[in-house]
Write a new protein. Sequence first.
Lengths: 351, 252
Amino acid sequence: MKRMLIGILVLGIAGFFATGENLVSVSYYPAWINHWEDAGPLVAKYLGFYEEAGLDVSIFPGGPDLNPLTRMLNDANIAFATSYNWLVLVARIDQKVPLKVIATDFQDPALHLVSWEEITSPQDLYGKVVEVWPGYEYPLLCYLGKDHFYYPVYGTSPGPDKAIVQNQGGSMERFLAHQVTASHAMIYNELITVVHALGFDTLEEYWKAEEKPFYTYRFGDLDPGLAWDENSLVTTESTLRDHFDVVEAFVSATYRGWYWVLTHNPQEVFEILLTYNSSLEREHEIPGGLEINKLLVNENTREHGLGYIDASTWLPMADRLYQTGLISRMLTKEEVRAAYQWVPSGVFPPE
Amino acid sequence: MKKLERIAFPITLILLFGIWELWSRLGHIPVYRIPSPSAIFLQEGSEYLLLLEHLKVTAIEVLLGASVGIFLAILVGIIFYWVPFLKSAFYGIVRAINSIPIFAIAIILVIVFGVGILGKVVTACICIFFPVLSHTYNGLKSTDPVKLRFMRSINASRLQRLIYLEFPSALAEIFTSLETALTIAIVGVMFGEAIGGNAGLGFFILNRLYRMDNAAVLLATFIGAGLGFLLVAAVYLLKRKFLVWHPSMQRR
């Protein structure tokens, strides 16, 4: 009896450690909590695409205060994260962190600026309050220019020719109450919230309306040098160098997941997302998800495959970051190019 | 022996930091992982100035919240002591809230109050209020019954009893509770700043975390710890002044 119990215990412990069929252990750190923003990997794991590619992927959702890049670096396994190009560049240059962008999900930015007043130039925001999320403030600060923002963590002081930048704190309340002039809004989340709050049923209705109650801008519309991509897949230089096959497998399985998301009924996609995060709301997530789907497809991805890295956005980004004082020095073309290495997914958007 | 004792602590500190520095350099641990002490402390003056600004914000939030918290806690403690019915009615709630982990309280307060400093002041206030209330009440209740009977026998009024006996005897416990309460208050305030703030050490840390500037993060952490140390030292000095007669303050 005792021997049998010990035997069961040993088998149990062994089973706990076995990953089955020699799958490679991989960790993935989404940009935020589990939702449509990282639907590709979530679906790929759920439907077994990663297993088919020989990977055993563990997903560790993010959230407020959690930097996926830091968590990825502290992971002993082969790890990937979804983050932003500007954060990767700042980390690479200022802190010498050996990160590499290997693919980019969003070919167009999801980040928007909603404003009660029309913005045609940075001067329109001087003296006004703009709400941002920490970590995402780089395009706005670059738009305003080096000495034209008051944002306490950057050590500036208030002034008449400065915009007042403050933390949005994750709520559109102050914007909707007209207490601030402008605010960050993601097209798949806050923008929909605002649109609903102001009486529109759908985002399309808002776009088509002749009289819009508020203005919406992408930073690239305000200033072409700020048309930066978002949500890139990132890994470390050593992973890319020593485990390129795993990286390739991860990228292509991830975009197989995205392909599934792009070609299936949104309700089905939502059901899968719900298994990861039961707090998602259907009426909010699906319209947002449809917007996210649009961001993955453009002429570049149609030609080269999903996850294409558009090199032409990186140099202007490096220049503007330096001019605004957000990165410590001017970068050479080689330094900028060294920040990314496109790993083709081999998955093309649906027709 | 006395002289050696006095320099023992600084020497330990120097040794620990020295080992850390050596280990960083020899082990080639990259700065972004665990910065060496030199990377942390030898930063630009502008960074220190910036940290000073944010330290001011955090310190103000803690001190404001603590002042209100201490005042209210002692007041309510006395009320509970004088009116046992109120104590029975509300003490359960007090104990319950006292058990809520500080990060949960900070999150709730950020949701309720938003990103301004009010939420952080309230956080500090709550962190101080509940422990100090508990200890005020317990301290008052632990008044030496012999002395109590004496006071009653000479017809001291309730107020006289409080001022001359009960409150002084509770003071030691109140001071002790303050030390831990203040440390927790700093944690609560910094956490609140990190998850929804505009300024302060917590928010500074959050911003630098996104930039992967771990050296700055650790510097801010040390400065936060320094603030805690200063506050505890201030409490100790106050204790020395007000509790000269207490056994714990006597030199053995």
